[in-house]
Design a protein around this ligand. Structure first.
Ligand code: AMP
Length: 113
């Protein structure tokens, strides 16, 4: 989709700090990081959100989760990371190409511990 920001990043039309790329997945650093590690993991194939992805392409959903875990390990987070899929504008989704936010490197517990 030529009007999709993340499709354009996949195509290399918009620069991004890519940390992982396979035939099916791309991961790149969030432009406005909310944690020391904040990487977005997306499938190359366009789907609007994780609900649509899981309904239409369950195997790709599993691969997206695998890629998120691989990015966390690659970034030195081990198995301590937060994975967020905002789904819908009312909860803050602003780019409608499914993306998992891999977040880590700071305390996310409440109260902070
Ligand atoms: P969401 O609000 O869940 O849709 O997340 C979209 C994310 O994309 C936000 O955290 C933005 O900071 C991030 N973002 C927007 N444009 C870019 C870009 N050009 N490169 C990297 N991250 C971006």
């Amino acid at each position: 989709m030529s009007d999709c920001l993340f499709c354009r990043i996949v195509a290399g039309e918009i620069p991004a700090d890519v940390v992982l790329r396979t035939d099916e997945m791309v991961a790149f650093r969030d432009i406005s990081p909310q944690a020391p590690v904040h990487v977005l993991v997306i499938p190359v194939e366009h789907h609007a959100n994780v609900a649509e992805l899981s309904a239409k392409a369950p195997q790709l959903t599993a691969k997206l989760l695998d890629a998120a875990a691989a990015v966390a390990a690659q970034e030195g987070l081990g198995d301590q990371f937060r994975l967020v899929f905002n789904t819908g504008a009312e909860v803050g989704q602003s780019v409608f190409h499914v993306h998992g936010h891999v977040l880590g490197g700071r305390d996310f517990t409440w109260p902070p511990g």
